[in-house]
Design a protein around this ligand. Structure first.
Ligand SMILES: Nc1ncnc2c1ncn2[C@@H]1O[C@H](COP(=O)(O)OP(=O)(O)OP(=O)(O)O)[C@@H](O)[C@H]1O
Length: 244
């Protein structure tokens, strides 16, 4: 059997909230194979962002284990986690998170610079070309539309060729047509390049582009849908929300 690219074992994350404890994740176990595109869904407060943050080494679980590309995150100190994030993980956020004073090309090159590596201009341009923005390389974010900014963010997440890309509501701020373009790009990264994509979304249409959907409720993984249609996902979500 092939080893999973991302293995999550009995993940639990509790938060102190005054006198009580909030259980954000309550024993989540899942394996994701390399080259797959997975959507994470669930009602508000069900633990989607917490799962993404723990899986990406941005947050430490209370207990349980995450293994990414063969590395046990729990074995790493903060420096080790930072290096792992720089070298093996890409991030795409709803708010794009581009640096406003930098051109598109400089934004894309940023992870390479942060990793202290030589910037390969050809690789930066190839990433921009892949997202259809080669002619916008010298533009700053303010000169780009929301969809174009998100495509720059995807080019930035691709440029180090990370094993796993985590996307938190990447289409949340985009219109339908632009969303479709961004989702197609993520789809191509999984299918064409074998990268593993994990995307949090509230949108069943976006989730239907993924290979499978993980459904969280109250910090628990309650369903795993494979190849479901947007309608099937929407109706499963409605049931999950009704039981909250
Ligand atoms: N830093 C924190 N301190 C205390 N409680 C937290 C903290 N972060 C998250 N929580 C709680 O953990 C639970 C899960 O939160 P999380 O943000 O993972 O949910 P979500 O599914 O991503 O929600 P949404 O769809 O609304 O973004 C919620 O009850 C939330 O209030």
């Amino acid at each position: 059997m092939t080893k999973p690219m991302l293995s999550i074992r009995d993940l639990r994350r509790e938060y102190d909230a005054g006198s009580s404890r909030v259980i954000a994740l309550d024993g989540v176990t899942v394996d994701l194979t390399a080259g797959t595109f997975t959507a994470v869904m669930g009602p508000s407060g069900s633990g989607k962002s917490t799962l993404l943050h723990c899986a990406a080494g941005l947050d430490r679980p209370t207990s349980g284990e995450v293994t990414l590309d063969g590395v046990r995150l729990g074995d790493l100190d903060e420096t080790g986690l930072t290096l792992l994030r720089r070298e093996r993980i890409g991030f795409v956020f709803q708010a794009f998170n581009l640096i406003s004073s930098l051109t598109a090309a400089h934004n894309v090159a940023l992870p390479v610079r942060l990793a202290g590596r030589r910037i390969d201009q050809a690789a930066v341009m190839a990433a921009l070309d892949e997202v259809g923005l080669a002619d916008r390389a010298q533009h700053r974010p303010v000169e780009l539309s929301g969809g174009q900014q998100q495509r720059v963010a995807i080019a930035r997440a691709m440029v180090t060729r990370p094993a796993v890309i985590f996307a938190d509501e990447p289409t949340g701020a985009l219109d339908n047509q632009t969303s479709r373009r961004v989702l197609e790009l993520l789809r191509d990264l999984a299918t064409g390049r074998g990268q593993t994509i994990v995307m949090v979304t509230h949108d069943p249409v976006a989730a239907a582009v993924a290979d499978s959907v993980l459904l969280l409720t109250d910090g628990r993984l309650v369903d795993h849908l494979d190849g479901a249609s947007a309608e099937a996902i929407a109706s499963r979500m409605a049931r999950a929300e009704a039981t909250c």
